[in-house]
Ligand binder design. Structure first.
Ligand code: NAD
Ligand code: UDX
Length: 472
């Protein structure tokens, strides 16, 4: 089959940017153009300060930019030139109309599809990279067939969902667990599937490239995210039992994770899951189930979200309860605002809920995050704008009554566990400058509880009953 020479990626976001930058790096013979309607985003991709932070990404972008990797707002030119187009636009949850709060908003996918149909003068492979509801390719097919004006121009649609996680995107892309390519079981579909598989085979082992049917591929993405999120809700539910019983969640997770059928990953209890994907994709699955009147199925997955909301709310309540049921006018340092370490992304970050809960109670919340700007925090907190931005842990904690850890950044961890040489937080000096009693609420289970208690802190760690123990 003919090799792909020119790729256009529509959507220069958290997925389109890293995915196609790595592709350009690994395939120097393919010309990759990443386009977006946002001039600001494209300008940032073309500048020294990339619009997203991902370890290792900057080097890759800088090594290929201007050679076989381009960022542009000239969407039309890139579509016309491409043999293959990745559709990597956002698919957020609908906020109004039919399915509001559950269904995926497919307006950006449709707009991109229409543009491709309108402009294409040669046949192309169209790849769903965005996470979409099952059978979206069918709608794309209908749009392409109805709007493409040129005879002889043929489109193949593939589903190639992205499984990267933020913070480890480059590593995930370089060494993916699997690449999934779904196609219709037709001669032309199979050929298109082969051509995309050959691109990935440049750097991914053939055995990790899975080809499936189109609908299975679309659903696999929703399924994988739902199963991962379910695991977090399961561990959160067990952490809650630990806090009441004196069991410790990390010990329980280790004991369970040794069972090869369960596996050790994704069992770290914290503040539930954040990020732009899990909640959205479960809503998507619930909507799909309800569309087919599968109410118990919808209810089952809804409970994963209920558990997640409860986890965050319960942590806020624990903070308030331990601080003598009032945080009014008390200074509280919130460490971490990103939804996980090694990213500046704050979408659906648990830290937003915690900050809001404390601000509503009248606390003076000082927020520090190594990668999140004050502007981004203000956007997330909206009406709750009466927080303070801090540029260091020490500044946030000065004269505070409590320190709350909301993100698992390595720099918050004791140096022995972070594996980094950078100085760990000097908790003794933090303690010296705090009000008494000085509380630490570890929402990510990353601190050395015993060491902090030795210094004099009152410590509560998720999934451990330690503060309850010391109080009772
Ligand atoms: P994002 O919001 O960061 O990026 C999407 C980009 O598409 C935006 O910059 C937007 O301006 C652009 N866009 C929208 N419509 C366009 C159009 N018609 N033409 C050109 N550009 C257009 O979103 P993201 O996080 O990159 O996610 C993209 C998709 O990938 C979603 O479906 C998401 O569910 C899925 N996904 C995301 C992740 C993740 O970790 N963020 C992982 C796997 C899959
Ligand atoms: C997720 C999926 O992992 C990825 O495959 C998919 O492509 C996009 O959605 P992402 O949301 O970027 O990736 O990060 P992930 O590492 O999955 O973490 C999601 C949330 O769960 C974070 O808030 C994280 O802190 C939390 N988490 C994860 C835990 O609390 N404990 C864990 O053990 C793992």
């Amino acid at each position: 089959s003919e090799p792909i020479q020119s790729i256009c990626c529509i959507g220069a976001g958290y997925v389109g940017g890293p995915t196609c930058a790595v592709l350009a790096w690994k395939c120097p013979n393919i010309c990759v153009t990443i386009v977006d309607i946002s001039q600001e985003r494209i300008d940032a991709w073309n500048s020294d300060e990339l619009p997203i932070f991902e370890p290792g990404l900057e080097e890759i972008v800088k090594s290929r930019r201007g050679k076989n990797l381009f960022f542009s707002t000239d969407i039309d030119a890139a579509i016309i030139a491409a043999d293959l187009v990745f559709v990597s636009v956002n698919t957020p949850t609908k906020t109004r109309g039919v399915g509001a709060g559950y269904a995926a908003d497919l307006q950006y996918v449709e707009a991109a599809t229409r543009r491709i149909a309108l402009l294409s003068t040669k046949s192309k492979i169209i790849v769903e990279k965005s996470t979409v509801p099952c059978r979206t390719a069918e709608s794309m097919r209908a749009i392409l067939d109805a709007t493409s004006p040129r005879p002889g121009v043929h489109f193949d649609i593939l589903s190639n969902p992205e499984f990267l996680a933020e913070g480890t995107a480059v590593q995930d892309l370089l060494k993916p667990d699997r690449i999934l390519i779904g196609a219709l079981n037709t001669k032309s579909g199979k050929l298109a599937q082969d051509r995309l598989a050959n691109v990935y085979a440049t750097w991914v082992e053939r055995s990790a490239i899975i080809t499936t049917g189109l609908w299975s591929s679309e659903l696999t993405k929703l399924a994988a995210n739902a199963l991962l999120a379910q695991r977090i809700s399961s561990i959160s539910s067990l952490a809650a039992i630990c806090e009441k019983t004196g069991a410790e969640i990390d010990e329980v997770a280790r004991g369970c994770g040794k069972d090869s059928r369960l596996g050790p990953h994704f069992l770290k209890a914290g503040l539930g899951f954040g990020g732009s994907c899990f909640q959205k994709d479960i809503f998507n699955l619930i909507y799909l189930a309800e569309t087919f009147s599968l109410q118990p199925v919808a209810d089952y997955w809804r409970q994963v979200l209920v558990m997640n909301e409860w986890t965050k709310a319960s942590f806020s309540r624990t903070i308030i309860r331990h601080m003598f049921s009032t945080v009014s006018n008390k200074k509280i340092a919130l460490l971490g605002f990103a939804f996980k370490k090694d990213t500046g992304d704050t979408r659906e970050s648990p830290a937003i809920s915690i900050a809001r809960d404390l601000l509503v109670e009248g606390a003076e919340v000082y927020i520090y995050d190594p990668k999140v700007s004050e502007r981004n925090m203000r956007q997330c907190l909206g009406a709750f704008s009466n927080f303070h931005f801090s540029s260091s842990v020490e500044a946030a904690a000065l004269n505070a009554s409590a320190v709350v850890v909301a993100t698992d950044w390595d720099e918050f961890k004791p140096s022995s566990s972070s594996g980094k040489t950078a100085a760990a937080i000097d908790w003794t000096s933090i303690y010296a400058n705090m009000n008494r009693p000085a509380f630490v609420f570890d929402g990510r289970g990353i601190l050395d509880t015993a060491a902090l208690q030795n210094i004099g802190f009152k410590v509560h760690t998720v999934g451990r009953g330690n503060l309850v123990d010391t109080l009772s």
